[in-house]
Structures are given as structure tokens and as C-alpha cells.
Design a protein around this ligand. Sequence first.
Ligand SMILES: [Zn+2]
Length: 118
Amino acid sequence: MAQVAGDYLIDRRYLEHNLSIDTQEMDKYFLQRLVHHRITERRLPLGRAVGIHQMWGDGRPCDACEEPLSPNERAVMAMVPLEWMSVHLHVNCYELWDAERSALFGEIGGRGESTQIM
Ligand SMILES: [Zn+2]
């Protein structure tokens, strides 16, 4: 009785096309979770960056996503004086890290700065 019509294939291609757009959103979400995790594990600093330099990539991996920063990509190098760490990131990864770490700083920031009561 029920015959699969040929034009269902068109609908399917249309769906797959839309799914590939969602994949980019998924990647961004995944990267955000990764950056969040790295900050809580202290593999990425929690403190505020100073001395931010923009440069071209030099082939070294990004501290956030571990993809190499190729010479045709903009990279960010920044110092974090609170933890004496420097970060080397893609511009996009820098923005993600900065947003995540400032959100986290509000939650667990007390650990970074000692408040001497006694
Ligand atoms: Zn990156």
C-alpha cells in the first residue's frame, strides 16, 4: 500500500543540509565545555589576561582547542599575572576562554585570592 515516493529524498537532503549548520553550533558548544573543563582543571588560567598581543599563528597548538595555529590564522598571546601563565589561542578561542573564565571567576574566584581573616 504505502509506496516511498522519490521526492522524499529531496526532503532528506534538505534536512541533512540543515543538520550541518547545527553541527557548527554543536562544535561551538563542545569547545565551550572543553574550555570550561580546562579552567576548572587549571590547564587554562582563571585570572584576567593582560598584555594581549595579536599575531599570526606559528604552528603551535592552541591552548584551548589544541588545533595548530597556522600561519594564516590570527592568534592571541596573553599573560595572566594571577597564575603566572601565558596563553596562546585562536582569536575565537580567546573570546570563548575570556567569557568562560570571567563567569567562573565569579563562582570560584575566592580560591584565587587569599582573604586573610586570621
Ligand atoms: Zn583554538
